[in-house]
Design a protein around this ligand. Structure first.
Ligand SMILES: Nc1nc2c(ncn2[C@@H]2O[C@H](COP(=O)(O)OP(=O)(O)OP(=O)(O)O)[C@@H](O)[C@H]2O)c(=O)[nH]1
Ligand SMILES: [Mg+2]
Length: 427
């Protein structure tokens, strides 16, 4: 076992809010997932506390009475740590630590911690450190009160505001440094990607909830040998492999980091480069664990993350995975009926894979629609859309202000481009 993966063995109380408009059922699901996250981070769960409250309170997130109750002890008396199911504000974290004399973590920190343990590549490590520092920066004062408690006593002066300022500057400098290093690493990735684009092969990106079976599917389709494990966030670094379809058409398939409900914003921000693979894909392959009781909520979470990545509206192929272990075959039938054009597979047994390959062929057939366009200046939004949902092969800026674009266009977009198609004499 690597040093960084050695379990920490902390005992934790999980805390969640049952808010207005959120059912107890949803809170329970979210806390079940938090329990899994805690386990991945090496903590055992001593107790779970749910409070019914319309809104989180500004000072404690939960109500003051509830916070005091936890401070007094109870079922989870032995617990050393409190883990909250939402991101806490710096003030909430500080107040809760002071009141309960326990270590206070939130869902964001837990996810960041797991990412930090899993990161292997240089880019992955840089990105996660950046996300952690960005989380830390507004919370530095709290870390300092922590320290002064440990070292404080008669005659020892707590670290003053000046020391805090020094530290804040150091963190900011480190952030700037990481951003610089990341830009360098990303240049290399851009070169690789450019090489792939020149081949004019369509690129598909596997997206989906963590643990849905994306890496297993990549392995099944390409023999990639990517690590697939029954734990959250097994994959952090993207892997791209070539798939040759039965009609001999080639396709590049990329596997990348999975999504989760309440994925921390700092994480999305700092992993944007890795997730660029998703933004630039010609086709999204949304892998769903059909055997999971919350697959519908997981699908919704993936969609909202895609929106945040500005990757909505892309051609998407829905793949219902793990069909070997769904409780009822009816379930799969219902899902396929509900989502026309979707496919059910098992990455484990290989069931449904021929149908998936066929669906790839059908989807890519449309990609043979190659258009040459001359866009006027005023259509820059349309050009951006072509970049987002199409596959641009060539762009040329003419002296007369027009932009000449050669691109594979998804069929849905074609009608809106009809007015700008280049006449054959110019093509
Ligand atoms: N029964 C069954 N299990 C599967 C199937 N596909 C994947 N699994 C299991 O599900 C777990 C997660 O699979 P991964 O391929 O690592 O999932 P992932 O989507 O890449 O997960 P992250 O990298 O964490 O986002 C592993 O234990 C796999 O063995 C399947 O079709 N059937
Ligand atoms: Mg994976």
């Amino acid at each position: 076992m690597r040093e960084s993966e050695r379990p920490v063995h902390e005992s934790a109380i999980l805390v969640g809010l049952e808010r207005e408009g959120v059912s107890r059922w949803d809170v329970q699901d979210s806390l079940d997932e938090l329990r899994q996250l805690a386990a991945s981070a090496g903590a055992t769960v001593a107790d779970v506390v749910i409070q019914k409250l319309d809104h989180p309170t500004a000072p404690y997130y939960i109500g003051k009475g509830k916070a005091e109750e936890i401070a007094r002890g109870g079922a989870g008396q032995s617990a050393t740590t409190l883990i909250f199911d939402d991101e806490l504000s710096p003030a909430q974290g500080r107040n809760l630590e002071n009141l309960t004399s326990r270590k206070v973590l939130d869902r964001t920190q837990l996810i960041l911690d797991i990412f930090a343990r899993r990161a292997r590549s240089r880019e992955g490590r840089l990105q996660i450190e950046l996300a952690q520092l960005q989380y830390l920066l507004p919370r530095l004062t709290r870390m300092w009160t922590h320290l002064s408690r440990q070292t404080g006593g008669i005659g020892t002066r707590g670290p003053g505001e000046t020391q805090l300022e020094v530290d804040r500057r150091r963190v900011q400098e480190r952030i700037a440094r990481l951003e610089r290093d990341l830009r360098e690493v990303r240049k290399n990735r851009a070169v690789q990607r450019e090489g792939r684009r020149r081949n004019h092969w369509p690129v598909a990106s596997l997206v989906g909830y963590t643990n849905a079976g994306k890496s297993s599917l990549l392995n099944r389709l390409t023999g990639a040998g990517v690590s697939a494990e029954d734990r959250l966030f097994a994959t952090l670094d993207p892997t791209t492999r070539q798939v040759v379809l039965p009609n001999r058409q080639k396709l590049l398939l990329t596997d990348t980091v999975g999504f989760i409900r309440k994925l921390p914003h700092t994480l999305i921000e700092s992993f944007k480069a890795t997730l660029e693979e998703v933004q630039l894909a010609d086709l999204l392959v949304h892998v769903v664990d059909a055997s999971h009781p919350q697959h519908a909520e997981q699908m919704a979470a993936v969609e909202s993350t895609l929106k945040e990545l500005n990757a909505m509206g892309k051609q998407t192929l829905l793949v219902f995975n793990k069909c070997d272990v769904v409780p009822h075959p009816d379930l799969i039938e219902g899902l396929l009926r509900q989502h026309p054009g979707s496919v059910a597979v098992s990455a484990r047994t290989g069931e449904g894979i021929p149908a998936l390959l066929e669906e790839f062929q059908i989807r890519l057939e449309a990609w043979r629609l190659k258009m040459r366009l001359a866009l006027p200046h005023s259509e820059s939004a349309l050009l951006a859309e072509i970049h987002r949902v199409g596959h641009v092969l060539e762009v040329r800026y003419e002296d007369d202000g027009r932009t000449l674009v050669t691109a594979h266009i998804p069929p849905e977009l074609a009608p809106r481009l009809a007015a700008w198609v280049l006449p054959p004499s110019e093509a």
